[in-house]
Design a protein around this ligand. Structure first.
Ligand SMILES: Nc1nc2c(ncn2[C@@H]2O[C@H](COP(=O)(O)OP(=O)(O)OP(=O)(O)O)[C@@H](O)[C@H]2O)c(=O)[nH]1
Ligand SMILES: [Mg+2]
Length: 446
């Protein structure tokens, strides 16, 4: 493949930076500007000391080159990792030199894409690498590490094998009706098989939805009428002055977002504009956004001002959040309290009091501490879940068709669709596999 290079560490000043290079001639090319050993002759997986040289053979930087010969490298290509000093000027100079001698800059994710194309990793494996990098809590990290150890791949393979088995049996029935050793694939035979498959898929989907909230964060909206202290609460939770606070009602006009991790729970917090009737155009746009945030969130922190009697807006918000995952927060506990609310948490955002109670309540309400028990029985991201969901729906269709005694060759189409959709999770193809399974599992050619 083409010779590509990219900085693999963050751009900026650091002790060491790593420049990654991959491609057919990558080792040969870098060797030609390297003062140390001939890199084409060293052993794979060795670290080699020397200098990267400029056009006039003057040193650009003192480096260590890690050499990996194909196919035993991350992306399955010849690869060199140049460990240089982490100054932006030096990094740019080395990359410029690499471009001069025939490399081009890699695109985003191109090394991983190569790893996939070279069968070094399936799509779930490639995604797991990204997930490890973006983990913000232990659950997310454990999930991505287990996916890196192929738990997701194995899970999908298990489903695909089960489906393949059904497909193969149907095909054999259709193509070789005279073959006597085969099970007769009737509606009666298919019904319990599809039912079991459907239930298993549902279980995975349910598990995945719970774990994904834990992995990717709980969308949490802080709502309330103006001036109750929503932005003060956000700032208290984040331990920084993220949102503007003032005693003027209607201070927050737009959504203010940030992430916060409490124990194993990551919250994607959104502070919203106080919800009330207004004629102010800008404010009403903000309020519309508040309502959207409220509709789409997984958890509501409803803030009430405990120093004032409940107003119409409070009552309205209490009512519309009733059936949501909700924590009611009585703010301004430093002032004389005028309201009571069952199960509410009392805090003073001004005095920074009550965060411990709120944190405890959040952990309680999100109850995602049992997730570790689900290891290997869930999918790790929305793309995977979406495909599994579609595959599940195809199996439901197949099952319903089976109950209605629809022709089996038509039911087969839905089952095949589910198989293909699951294959998209891992990036595998389908036609070849079906043929392989047909002939290896049933030995028809003998
Ligand atoms: N006494 C007291 N005052 C508070 C407390 N929390 C917030 N305030 C005050 O209440 C006023 C409003 O606070 P904000 O955090 O801006 O309220 P908000 O709900 O974000 O208001 P809008 O953005 O206008 O909807 C400010 O003057 C805060 O200092 C508290 O716990 N006790
Ligand atoms: Mg505010």
């Amino acid at each position: 493949m083409e010779n590509i290079c990219a900085l693999a560490t963050p751009y900026g000043v650091s002790a060491i930076a790593v420049i990654r290079a991959s491609g057919d001639d990558s080792i040969k090319l870098i060797s030609s500007i390297f003062s140390g050993k001939d890199l084409t002759k060293v052993k794979s997986h060795t670290i080699n000391y020397g200098y990267i040289l400029d056009k006039d053979n003057n040193p650009i930087d003192e480096v260590l080159c890690n050499v990996y010969f194909a196919p035993k490298s991350f992306d399955g290509e010849n690869m060199v990792e140049i460990n240089c000093h982490g100054g932006t000027f030096v990094i740019e100079k080395i990359i410029k030199r690499l471009l001069e001698i025939g490399f081009r800059l890699a695109e985003r994710g191109e090394f991983s894409k190569r790893a996939f194309l070279n069968h070094k990793a399936d799509l779930t494996g490639v995604e797991a690498i990204m997930d490890v990098i973006s983990s913000t809590n232990d659950i997310a990290l454990n999930a991505s590490l287990s996916s890196l150890r192929k738990s997701t791949l194995n899970l999908v393979h298990k489903f695909r094998n089960d489906i393949l088995d059904i497909l193969a049996k149907i095909e054999v029935n259709i193509d070789y009706p005279e073959y006597e050793d085969m099970v007769d694939v009737t509606h009666k035979y298919l019904e319990p098989v599809l039912l079991e498959l459907k239930d298993k898929m549902k279980e995975i989907l349910d598990n995945s939805k719970i774990t994904n909230v834990a992995i990717h964060g709980i969308k949490t909206a802080i709502v309330g009428r103006p001036n109750v202290g929503k932005s003060s609460l956000l700032n208290m939770m984040l331990e920084k002055d993220k949102a503007i606070v003032s005693n003027i009602p209607g201070t927050t006009r737009d959504l203010v977002e940030d992430n916060l991790t409490i124990g194993n729970v990551t919250l994607n917090l959104v502070d919203t504009a106080g919800i009330h009737e207004t004629k102010d155009l800008v404010e009403s746009i903000g309020i519309k956004r508040s309502k959207e945030a409220l509709d789409s969130c997984d958890l509501v922190l409803l803030v009430l001002d405990s120093s004032e009697d409940l107003k119409e807006e409070d009552k309205y918000l209490i009512k519309i959040t009733e059936n949501k995952n909700r924590i009611v927060i009585l703010n301004k506990s430093d002032l004389k309290s005028k309201i009571k609310f069952d199960n509410a948490i009392s805090i003073s955002a001004l005095k920074n009091e009550g965060m411990d109670l709120l944190a405890k309540k959040i952990l309680e309400i999100t109850s995602i501490n049992n997730i570790t028990k689900m290891e290997g029985n869930y999918l790790n991201n929305i793309r995977q879940i979406d495909l599994m969901d579609k595959a599940y729906n195809s199996i439901i269709e197949a099952y319903d068709a089976c109950l209605n005694l629809v022709d089996i060759s038509l039911i087969e189409i839905d089952i095949k669709k589910a198989f293909d959709l699951l294959g998209e999770i891992t990036g595998e193809s389908y036609e070849d596999e079906l043929l392989d399974a047909l002939f290896t599992k049933f030995c028809l050619g003998k």
